[in-house]
Design a protein. Sequence first.
Length: 157
Amino acid sequence: MEEPMKRAIIVYESVYGNTKKVAEAIAEGIQQLEGVECRVVKTGEIHTDEICDYDAILFGCPNHNQEPALNMIKFLERASIVHVKGKIGGIFDTYTGGNKGVALTKLRTIVNEKFPGIEFLGNGFSAKVEGRKGPLAENEVKVAWDFGKEISKKLVE
């Protein structure tokens, strides 16, 4: 009997398109293994109940004033009624200057609080953006792709 397709979703927030590029690179990495598909959606483009339909759920957003983007926080608040126990989780953020990991750490705390039972793969990662509007720093797309591939490996094991 054929194994059912494993499904991942990346829910992101992006202002200038840099976090979207990271989300798309992660999705490409996830889809490198056969039998795994990935959907990429902005926070306002998905009903919170839909995240239950996926085996892996990733959240990503830019660092805004030392916090995760407000639209992501609002999405997580709304989605907290959804049961995700046993699902694989991942988080990422984009940052400028010396703010590496600031929003990521807070995002992880919020996701842990709102979604007990989600199994995080690693600590996630922060992608550096050169200047407020971008572009992404060199090599960040590759790091995102590799992160996606690790999620995919976890899904099929």
